[in-house]
Design a protein around this ligand. Structure first.
Ligand SMILES: [Zn+2]
Length: 106
């Protein structure tokens, strides 16, 4: 079984991906598994970091607008805080949180 922090992060980001780009998620999870062994206290940060890792990979190869801002519909949301617990997808234009990482509407 993976570390509970990794399992939580994986479930959250898998939800937000709505079944797409499993390969990118798996690669990011492998990296964060290593990262967490180097920084065991970083567990609460893993969902936000994993979401950012996956977003970077999706932007590079698949969809530069994932996840699409449901308000503006012309840009991607981003994760705040960069490094912290309780991460949210945020619209940079309004500055408002849209959804918790792992709770992005379909
Ligand atoms: Zn927006």
């Amino acid at each position: 079984m993976p570390d509970p922090a990794l399992a939580t992060a994986h479930a959250a980001v898998a939800h937000d991906l709505h079944g797409r780009w499993d390969d990118l998620l798996d690669a990011a999870l492998t990296y964060r598994t290593w990262w967490l062994t180097e920084w065991p206290a970083g567990g609460p940060y893993v969902p936000g970091l994993l979401a950012q890792d996956v977003q970077e990979a999706v932007h590079a190869g698949a969809d530069p607008l994932w996840p699409l801002c449901p308000t503006c519909r012309d840009h991607a949301l981003f994760v705040e805080p960069d490094l912290g617990a309780d991460s949210f997808w945020v619209c940079h234009r309004t500055g408002l949180p849209v959804a918790e990482v792992g709770k992005l509407p379909g």
